[in-house]
Design a protein. Structure first.
Length: 690
């Protein structure tokens, strides 16, 4: 007998002796109770079959097909939560033939009006179980029909785990064998149809999404699993084990979208239902950071001189937000004497600016001779040797970029956080750049026995640190920025740098925009702001001078990247000062920088390269802003941009205003952009009436 019940409005539940079906008219799930597999369908691309879940237990992988009983657990439950109104269904897989096997539960959520579903698995054992790998979904039948791909090949986006070592986002086509971290998009570039697949919890597991295809036009295997660890996660140790009578995977999001870009933004918002982003009521931080200007040669004269220069010569021209700037120390601030530091901070505040600082809470840079040094804030109870993260045999983990990992769960590490945050707050800092954060997320043996995974330890330590700097504790806002850091967790910082270090050349700009091409959606979803790193207008300490086109392209990239805008030059160099005075007085460009909105890529199928065209539908204006880049440092180019691809009517005429040059032209059908070597254009397109 088949039953059809409406458990939640517009979400239907159908049950027979051998299957269960959930449907909302846009997406459907069908669970086969004979073999433990399920299928999902939503839109033209998302038609996956023979999906299984699994756990690795006692050295073997046990998937749902290995169990001989597959039953519904109770009745489906009506739910209403941050994702909408829907139903929650639980399927239990167990073995009568092998009663010592654990029980594997699959949980499904489907909501009315949605093209996505949520799922997770739980492995249960009355006697307890210990696991370090859970496969939430695995299928060898997920590739669309060949006719769908004939003229619009399917691409997979590899999202890197962190932003260290100049890692890049990459889009692949088959054949491929690659792994994305936490989230991926499978999309067709021409139609922009796409599937978004990713985890929504980031406090226990590192999540990998692996896709393998042996030949062009086919795919062999897709797997989303909890327990990723390896070179790309910076781990030398296997993923930590999670134990208990019930071990749960992360909650996973799977959905089809007409435009994969909207899907990635929806995925970002879906995360915030699980963990709210850290709120920030202030405006976009504008100002300066010391790293590219001085690196290890930072001194009192440079730091204070920049504040004076910006106050007198640039801020009156309009470079500020809410009438202030952040003047930020980077590494090597400890080269200043205590007296110099006190005077420098007083001088910056006298200029009406807010000082910022820098710290690496989970990385130790000393030599072995310093292992015996006492940890700050511990009264000599702990040395650095005590708080360094070790493997199961007690050996200190290998360094990353010269830094050794500190265990975020160790009481000495927490006391060190207390000492440094108390110092920064008492000195009046208002901004902190936290660097080399991935050290805190490494797998290893942690002091706290209840925290057994790298992300669990990182979540614990970072949440503790953010709590020390919260307005509720210190009585005022304190901006928290993550530099080299895992993408997740996000809920303890206001911004995160979207790439690794970026300086002033056009190749630097292209590298930065690779991260914007595939990471724009984090702005104002996971983090209040994306951070495009310090904007070098002329030259950094370790590079030759740039051309004016290079410098202005670097500034344009920062403006569109959404939105922390910190300069990175030594303005004692006249050309750097000229560029700052000339470019930062452009109030139409600065208004975009202060807007706090990230531009969106027009095209995403770029392999390892960045998109060269980005757009913003202005939230208060009836206009589209277009940024177009020439990444070639030697050759001029002409780039046509079809109006239809940027959401404009192809038969209407538009005013085209060049924000940098102040010139006006018209366009219909497409806008033609002429670019000199390394040049970029920032254009405003508005409809011509009549």
């Amino acid at each position: 007998m088949i039953t059809n019940r409406e458990v939640a409005s517009a979400v239907h539940f159908e049950e027979s002796a051998y299957s269960i079906r959930l449907s909302n008219g846009l997406a459907s799930l069908e669970i086969n109770l004979s073999n433990g597999e399920y299928s999902v369908a939503a839109g033209p691309l998302l038609s996956w079959k023979q999906i299984r879940s699994a756990c690795r237990w006692n050295g073997r992988n046990y998937h749902t097909g290995h169990f001989d009983q597959h039953v519904k657990k109770g009745e489906p439950q009506a739910v209403q939560d941050g994702y909408g109104k829907g139903i929650h269904l639980t399927i239990v897989h167990e073995s009568a033939a092998f009663p010592d096997y654990p029980v594997l539960e699959q949980h499904f959520w489907l909501y009315e009006g949605s093209t996505f579903f949520l799922t997770k698995i739980v492995v249960a054992s009355e006697t307890g179980i210990r696991l370090n790998r859970l496969t939430v979904l695995h299928t060898e039948s997920f590739f669309p029909e060949p006719d769908l791909l004939k003229d619009d090949q399917l691409h997979m986006l590899r999202v890197p785990y962190d932003n260290d070592k100049w890692v890049r986002y990459v889009t692949y086509t088959s054949p491929m064998d690659t792994e994305s971290y936490e989230v991926t998009a499978l999309f067709q570039p021409e139609s922009r149809h796409g599937i978004i697949l990713g985890s929504l919890n980031h406090n226990v597991w590192k999540t990998g999404i692996r896709i393998r295809s042996g030949q062009s036009g086919t795919a062999d295997e897709l797997e989303l699993y909890a327990g990723a660890a390896g070179e790309m996660t910076r781990d030398s140790q296997p993923h930590g084990y999670v134990q208990g009578t019930r071990v749960a995977s992360p909650l996973v999001f799977v959905g089809f979208y007409e435009d994969y870009r909207s899907g990635l933004e929806a995925y970002g918002r879906a995360n915030t239902v699980q963990a709210a982003p850290l709120s920030w009521e202030g405006g976009v931080p504008l100002g300066w950071n010391s790293w590219s200007a001085a690196m290890s040669t930072l001194d009192y004269e440079l730091y204070t001189g920049v504040s004076d220069f910006l106050k007198v010569e640039v801020q009156p021209l309009g470079f500020h937000n809410e009438h202030t700037l952040y003047i930020n120390f980077d590494a090597f601030w400890d080269r200043l004497t205590p007296a110099e530091m006190e005077d420098a901070l007083n001088r910056v505040r006298a200029n009406g600016h807010k000082p910022g600082t820098y710290w690496t809470p989970f990385a130790f840079w000393g030599s072995p001779a310093q292992f015996s040094d006492p940890v700050e804030g511990t009264n000599g109870d702990y040395t650095y040797a005590d708080i360094l993260l070790r493997d199961a045999e007690g050996e200190i983990l290998p360094d990353i970029a010269g830094g050794l990992a500190i265990d975020p769960t160790h009481p000495g590490a927490l006391a060190r956080i207390d000492w440094y945050t108390d110092k920064f707050v008492s000195e009046g800092f208002a901004y902190i750049k936290l660097d080399f954060m991935a050290h805190g997320a490494l797998e290893g043996r942690h002091y706290d026995p209840d925290i057994t995974t790298g992300i669990g330890a990182y979540h614990y330590g970072l949440s503790y640190l953010a709590g020390k700097l919260s307005p509720e504790v210190i009585g005022r806002p304190f901006f928290i920025n993550l530099s080299i850091a895992p993408l997740f967790p996000y809920a303890f910082a206001h911004s995160r740098r979207i790439s690794c270090d970026v300086f002033g050349t056009i190749s630097d700009t292209e590298y930065l925009l690779n991260s914007l091409t595939h990471g724009w959606w984090m702005n104002d979803t996971l983090y209040r702001f994306n951070d495009p790193d310090h904007a070098v207008l002329y030259k950094s300490f370790n590079q030759d001078k740039t051309t004016r086109h290079e410098g202005r392209s670097r500034l344009t990239a920062s403006v569109i990247a959404g939105t922390v805008l910190l300069l990175g030059d030594d303005f004692r160099q006249e050309e750097a000062a000229w560029r700052a005075r000339t470019w930062l007085q452009n109030q139409q460009v600065m208004s975009l920088a202060r807007l706090g909105k990230t531009f969106v890529p027009v095209e995403g199928d770029r392999g390892q390269q960045a998109a060269d065209t980005f757009l913003l539908q202005h939230p208060q204006e009836d206009a589209v802003y277009l940024a177009v880049f020439n990444f070639d440092p030697a050759v001029a180019v002409q780039k046509p941009v079809a109006l239809e691809r940027i959401g404009l009517h192809p038969e209407h005429r538009y005013h085209v205003f060049d924000l940098w040059e102040g010139t006006v032209s018209e366009a219909a059908g497409k806008v033609i952009v002429d670019l000199e070597p390394a040049e970029s254009k920032l254009l405003k397109l508005s409809l011509i009436n009549g």
